[in-house]
Design a protein around this ligand. Structure first.
Ligand code: SF4
Length: 724
């Protein structure tokens, strides 16, 4: 059983999580001449900003703006500016360790670690079957690592149970895109935002979560474009909107079905496009006919007059661009929410043209690429379907195995943890995934981790989940390996290695190759460099919707990124999809998908009368394993807090700065109140980047979207009370 040999306090003292790092003499390296300047990309969000890292004595010591890189033109958000400070952190894992009950973490050799891992895999799989050993991976890894890990799970571990933390991020958008367009990618590069006349942002706190996108929106507004923002919180971007719709959490389908109905009633439909290039309009027309603005006001809390205004603006715009993110996707009806947005895009016919488009803003560093190349429980490279016999045959052929050897569809991330809790999955390998902080219902995840027979974690810092690992392997930071990543726009970019891993730490994909060799599968894993993996991935993706075949490292460097699909060598890439009005279905037509409003899984009642929604702040990234170790970022936002509207605060005699207890059906948390007018009076907001008693995921629920299997992070029923 995975047990904690040290008390939580001892671990916190030894390994963080709030250990700030300030090298002797401070961080001012301006007087030093760097040894090298390396053009690469920020390791954090899915914007993939270009950055030039400066190195000295095999350490990243600072950065220069990369002004020529076309997406961000040298601009960075605070996380990008301070990212260089994590590399030399004293918490950095630099040798393998074993968790010895009663003793604690002890240094062991790589050979000893590998021997114990292989013994555990063979023992567990021998006793309980191949699928009893699962793999959970991270989507901040490069495309090459994502691809290799997918192949490792299927060919070396031979388990079906591989999934990734993109399951907590983009999967509702991905599933919606595939249902409507047959392909999972933003339809346009962000250059089209600059050319548009109306931008609709829904469920996206652009200014904090995708800061460089704000620059595109503001530039469009400088040209006269209007902005509509739909969000329960008046986020910074919402404060600049021409029309702000403060939707109640979990009611998005109602809003967008009503907008579509109003567009139909007003005749604001592009019938030429709808009749010639789509399927399903008559069905959706019948469905939305009953969605009136008055009923919509009751359900969503948005004034009917503003719903009508939004429908008129969207219906009559000459050019428009719709952007969404986790706010509509983190729901048990996340896919339905996405489809209801896409329906109003298709009805307008404004897609595949200059200034006309649709995009879903990826969250994690390689949120786009990591969901394309076989990293998901139901997917093979090229965004192929693991249940499709032809897709299986093709990929098995590329890998040189019999198709019958290829495992089938496995469990999603939350389902893997559910099965660990149920005692069905006994062993786990994780890399760059911190489920103890990231998954909902923290107490349940903790119970599951304690039940594991064997757990090995690969990471560069000891994250909170890895405290439960039997073996910890030190992997590589973003700047310690090369490869490619794919940004929110669908642009494949080059990640360059700036330094080598410190101490005995290894490049992640070397670890997987070492393990594959010891599992007797060396002949499938004999790559010499990242480019070799990329070249095999190109072939494996060829003919799939996420086709990278024509992309080479040289081409990416020359063009500063290539947009997929790029199906042939010499193909220029595809910044804007659907220019030929051809969608990725056999008949070439896009699909309207009929969706009906349904309530969220958690029920608001007298006992739990308040909506809780969660999200990010600009200074932190995901579970905070990296950003909570960067002093400047931690100083800006050291702790979570709860945003409460003054009216709700008054009802509970809460003043700004008071400690408030928030309680859901799963647990409680005590946080300092921030009384703000920028949130709905029936809703509270808490950011999610902290562990243990500061983790808001102690309150969120494990209910999943039936299609995307994403948990419902964005809507929990809670009560609040002042405790001090
Ligand atoms: Fe750019 Fe995102 Fe990095 Fe900020 S965190 S610099 S927006 S890639």
């Amino acid at each position: 059983m995975a047990q904690l040999p040290l008390s939580k306090e001892e671990i916190l003292e030894k390994f963080g999580p709030h250990q700030k790092h300030e090298p002797p003499g401070g961080w001012d390296f301006s007087v030093q001449d760097p040894d090298s300047k390396v053009k690469t990309h920020c390791c954090f969000c899915g914007q993939g900003c270009g950055i030039i890292l400066k190195t000295k004595d095999n350490q990243v010591i600072g950065f220069d703006p990369w002004e020529a890189f076309p997406f961000n033109k040298g601009k960075l958000c605070p996380k990008g500016v301070k990212r260089y400070m994590q590399g030399s952190h004293p918490d950095r894992l630099v040798y393998p360790m074993e968790n010895r009950p009663g003793i604690g973490y002890e240094r062991i050799s790589w050979e000893e670690a590998y021997t114990k891992i292989i013994e555990a895999i063979n023992r567990i799989q021998g006793q309980h079957g191949k699928d009893a050993f699962a793999l959970l991976s991270g989507v901040s890894l490069t495309n090459e690592k994502s691809y290799l890990i997918g192949k490792f799970a299927r060919v070396a571990l031979q388990t079906a149970n591989l999934d990734y933390n993109g399951r907590l991020c983009m999967v509702s958008a991905g599933a919606g895109n595939k249902k409507a367009f047959g392909i999972d990618r933003a339809a346009n590069s962000w250059a089209d935002i600059l050319e548009t006349d109306l931008i609709l942002c829904t469920g996206t706190n652009v200014s904090e979560c995708a800061p460089i996108t704000t620059d595109y929106i503001w530039k469009a507004r400088d040209r006269g474009a209007k902005l509509i923002v739909v969000d329960p919180r008046m986020t910074p971007i919402a404060r600049t909107a021409d029309l702000y719709l403060p939707v109640r959490p979990g009611t998005d389908v109602y809003l967008f079905n009503t907008i579509l109905n109003l567009m139909i009633e007003a005749g604001d439909i592009d019938f030429d496009f709808v009749n010639n290039h789509t399927v399903g309009f008559e069905d959706i027309k019948k469905t939305v006919a009953k969605y009136s603005p008055q009923d919509c006001e009751k359900v969503t809390g948005v004034p009917a007059a503003n719903i009508i205004k939004a429908a008129e603006w969207w219906g009559r715009a000459r050019r428009s661009f719709l952007l969404h993110a986790r706010g509509i996707e983190h729901h048990t009806k996340g896919v339905d929410n996405v489809l209801s947005c896409i329906n109003i895009v298709l009805a307008s016919g404004r897609i595949g043209r200059t200034g006309c488009g649709y995009g879903t803003i990826t969250g994690q560093g390689n949120g786009q690429g990591g969901r394309e190349q076989g990293h998901k429980c139901d997917q093979l490279p090229g965004n192929r379907d693991i249940t499709n016999p032809e897709h299986r045959k093709y990929v098995a052929g590329v890998w040189g195995i019999d198709e019958k050897e290829l495992p089938g569809k496995g469990l999603s991330a939350q389902e893997i943890v559910n099965d660990i809790h149920a005692g069905k999955i006994k062993g786990l390998l994780s890399i760059c995934f911190n489920p103890l902080v990231s998954l909902p219902d923290t107490q349940f995840t903790e119970e599951a981790l304690k039940k594991l027979d064997f757990y090995v974690a690969i990471d560069f810092f000891l994250n909170e989940t890895a405290r439960y690992a039997n073996i910890i392997l030190p992997g590589s930071l973003h700047e310690e390996d090369e490869g490619t990543a794919t940004t929110a726009e669908g642009r494949v970019v080059r990640i360059q290695s700036a330094v080598t891993p410190p101490g005995e730490a290894k490049i992640d994909w070397h670890i997987f190759q070492d393990l594959a060799k010891r599992l007797g599968r060396e002949k499938y894993f004999s790559f010499q460099k990242s480019e070799d993996i990329f070249n095999e991935m190109r072939v494996a993706s060829h003919g799939g919707t996420a086709d990278y075949y024509g992309i080479t490292y040289g081409m990416i460097e020359k063009k500063m990124g290539v947009f997929w699909p790029c199906p042939e060598v010499g193909h220029p890439g595809t910044p804007r999809l659907f220019e030929d009005k051809k969608f990725y279905f056999p008949d070439g037509k896009a699909r309207f998908n009929t969706v009906e409003y349904r309530p969220s899984a958690d029920v608001i009642n007298e006992e739990y009368p308040v909506y809780l929604t969660t999200g990010r702040v600009i200074f932190h990234y995901l579970s905070g394993a990296q950003t909570r170790r960067i002093g400047f970022l931690t100083d800006q936002c050291p702790d979570p807090y709860v945003e409460i509207h003054p009216r709700l605060a008054d009802d509970h005699d809460i003043k700004d700065g008071d400690i408030v207890r928030i309680t859901s059906r799963r647990g409680s948390i005590d946080l300092k109140a921030k009384v703000v007018k920028t949130i709905r009076p029936d809703t509270v907001f808490v950011p999610y980047h902290w562990p243990d008693e500061k983790s808001i995921n102690r309150l969120t629920q494990r209910a999943l979207d039936p299609v995307s299997k994403i948990p419902e992070f964005k809507m929990s029923a809670v009560r609040i009370e002042k405790i001090s």
